[in-house]
Design a protein around this ligand. Structure first.
Ligand code: IMP
Ligand code: MG
Length: 180
C-alpha cells in the first residue's frame, strides 16, 4: 500500500491497514462463523454507526441462513448511578432463544460491548457472541470474551472503514492511524 497521510479536522492520519488486508481478515472471520453457526440461523446485530462497512463486507461472505438488524446505543447520564448508561435503541427483533452475534467496529475499553451484552442477556438469548473488526486489548477494562476479532491493534486512535474522528473519515476504504 502506498503510504498516504490525510487530515481530518485538526489531526493527521497515515495509512495503517489496507482495504485488502481488512477483507482478508473478514474472509477468515466469515469462514469461522459459517462453521460455528451452520445450523443456528443467527441474528446479527450491527451497532451503528461505526460497524456499517464491516457488517456489509462480513455479511456478503456469510453463506448460512441468518438475519441482520441494526441497533444504536444512546449515552446519557443516569442520576441514580455515577457513570454513563448506554441504552439499546432500535432493537425490534425477538432475541429470546436466538443465537445473537453482535457486530462492532472496535472494542476499546469494552464499556459499550459490556453494556450491550448485559442488556441482551436480560432478554434470554440462546447465546450471544461478539464479532469486532478491531480490538485494543491494552485498553480493555472489563473481563470480556470477544470471540471473533478481525484484528487486534495497539492503543492508537484509528479512522476509516466505518470508524470516525468527530464524524469524519467513515468513508475511507483503508484504516488510518493518528500521527503523533
Ligand atoms: P469502548 O471504549 O470499548 O466502549 O468503545 C466505544 C466506542 O469508541 C467504539 O465503538 C468507537 O465508536 C469508539 N472508538 C474507540 N476507539 C476508537 C478509535 O480508535 N477510532 C474511532 N473510534 C473509536
Ligand atoms: Mg462504535
Amino acid at each position: 500500500m502506498e503510504p498516504r497521510t490525510i487530515t481530518l479536522h485538526d489531526c493527521d492520519f497515515s495509512t495503517y491497514i489496507s482495504e485488502e488486508e481488512i477483507i482478508a481478515r473478514i474472509n477468515i472471520l466469515a469462514e469461522q462463523i459459517n462453521q460455528d453457526y451452520a445450523e443456528k440461523a443467527p441474528l446479527f446485530l450491527a451497532v451503528l454507526n461505526g460497524s456499517f462497512m464491516f457488517a456489509a463486507d462480513l455479511m456478503k461472505r456469510v453463506a448460512i441462513p441468518c438475519e441482520i438488524s441494526f441497533i444504536r446505543l444512546s449515552s446519557y447520564q443516569d442520576m441514580q448511578t455515577t457513570g454513563h448508561v448506554k441504552e439499546v435503541l432500535g432493537l425490534k427483533e425477538e432475541v429470546q432463544n436466538r443465537h445473537v452475534v453482535v457486530l462492532e467496529d472496535i472494542v476499546d475499553t469494552g464499556h459499550t460491548v459490556k453494556a450491550l451484552l448485559d442488556q441482551l442477556n436480560e432478554r434470554g438469548p440462546a447465546s450471544v457472541e461478539v464479532a469486532t473488526l478491531l480490538m485494543k486489548p491494552e485498553s480493555l477494562q472489563h473481563p470480556l470474551h470477544v470471540k471473533y476479532v478481525a484484528q487486534s491493534i495497539p492503543n492508537d486512535f484509528v479512522v476509516g472503514y466505518g470508524l470516525d474522528y468527530n464524524g469524519h473519515g467513515r468513508n475511507l476504504r483503508d484504516i488510518y492511524k493518528i500521527v503523533s
